[in-house]
Design a binder for this molecule. Structure first.
Ligand code: FAD
Length: 344
């Protein structure tokens, strides 16, 4: 969505576990939120870094898979219908004269928000780059870190780098549509699903595609246009691979990114907050989860959940200072039941 400004009570930057639970705590107080995440899916580190690992320290859940936790949080916030803006990074943030906040993302989505919660964890996940000098000039044209439109790759000579699920899935998907396809991975072991690896190896054995164990070395360029890539195997042999398009899937790594430039007080790359409101140095801007710091901070999911609860009350007071605040139990409160969609 671009071109139009969305007016909202709260924008939450980051849809990791703490950003998701922030939606819940705000929802209980009758406050709506939009969530932005640079990833294409919610869940932050849990979904991106260790989806299949079990977590043992979520209260009342003796063991819970990391992706399962995210799925449960998504279910828990369903009654509050948050709007997700995924695959976009928040790059612009400014306090306006009227005390509200202007927030803008890489895809042009713009918000006018009464309060902002930064739940950005260890930063926004960015693709690991190919590591060849001058690669930026080809990005988006003939060098890709994610596939936006697969049809634009049909009928072309493709070189795909990587050994994880993205690299193998796209190899199998594009093989029959590409003019030629070469997969390059730095080592014999793959992180991708064994069934995909076996299928790819069948295609190599049948001569339908090529596979190299090598690293990218340099671009082959003619008149400013990318014509291919030179790769280097472990024994130092160079191979020149002609290519129209390079697809690089080296995984993602977190980067604090623009948040560090918004003038908020930082300590060791984390946002300083108080422990009553979890407010940053700028009133109306809160930080919960791994991104914040305060005396005794522990980067645990349960800490972020507690922070989100207190931040929600502070946000309610910030947005509606006249409103009296009550602590209501979800067990017995009719208004909470109404908000949760629970029949009384
Ligand atoms: C291997 C591993 C095991 C772990 N095990 C446990 C455990 O057993 N128990 C436990 O409590 N914790 C555990 N943790 C830590 C736990 O995952 C983190 O504490 C938790 O994910 C923090 O949640 P968060 O919502 O604050 O941030 P994150 O999960 O980091 O999510 C932040 C999100 O914000 C997004 N973002 C950042 N900047 C921007 C921006 N500018 N624009 C748009 N989006 C942005 C990111 O893309 C990301 O999705 C583990 C961590 C790892 C790596």
């Amino acid at each position: 969505m671009s071109g139009q400004t969305l007016t909202t009570e709260v924008v939450i930057i980051g849809a990791g576990p703490c950003g998701l639970f922030q939606v819940f705590e705000l929802g209980l107080l009758g406050i709506g939120a939009h969530l932005v995440d640079s990833l294409q899916h919610p869940g932050g580190q849990c979904s991106e870094l260790y989806p299949e690992k079990p977590i043992y320290d979520i209260p009342a859940l003796p063991v819970c898979g990391a992706q399962e936790l995210v799925d449960r949080l998504m279910k828990q916030i369903e009654p509050f219908h948050p709007t997700f803006h995924l695959g976009q990074e928040v790059i612009e943030f400014a306090r306006q004269e009227n005390g509200r906040f202007h927030v803008r993302t890489t895809t042009g989505t713009t918000f006018d928000a009464g309060a902002v919660v930064i739940a950005a964890g260890v930063g926004s996940f960015q693709p690991r780059r190919i590591g060849i000098d001058g690669s930026e000039v080809f990005e988006g044209a003939s060098l890709h870190y994610r596939v936006k439109s697969s049809s634009s790759l049909h009928g072309q000579h493709l070189v795909i780098f990587g050994g994880g699920d993205s690299a193998l899935d796209w190899t199998l998907e594009l093989l029959s549509k590409a003019r030629s396809l070469t997969l390059v991975h730095r080592r014999p072991e793959y992180r991708a699903a064994p069934a995909s690896v076996a299928k790819m190896q069948e295609h190599v054995a049948a001569g339908r595609m090529r596979m190299f164990e090598a690293l990218p070395h340099s671009f082959i360029v003619d008149n400013g246009a990318l014509r291919g890539v030179n790769i280097k195997t472990r024994d130092g042999t160079m191979h020149a691979l002609p290519a129209d398009q390079l697809l690089v899937f080296f995984g993602l790594h977190p980067k604090l990114g623009p948040i560090a430039e918004w003038g908020l007080e930082l300590e060791k790359k984390a946002l300083k907050v108080d422990t009553e409101k979890f407010q940053t140095s700028l009133p109306g801007v809160y930080a919960v989860g791994d991104i914040n710091t305060y005396p005794g901070k522990k980067k645990l999911i349960l800490s972020g959940f507690h922070e989100a609860a207190l931040a929600a009350f502070a946000i309610q007071h910030h947005l509606y200072p006249q409103k009296k605040q009550f602590l209501q139990y979800t067990t017995t409160s009719p208004i909470m039941h109404q908000r949760l969609g629970v029949p009384d």
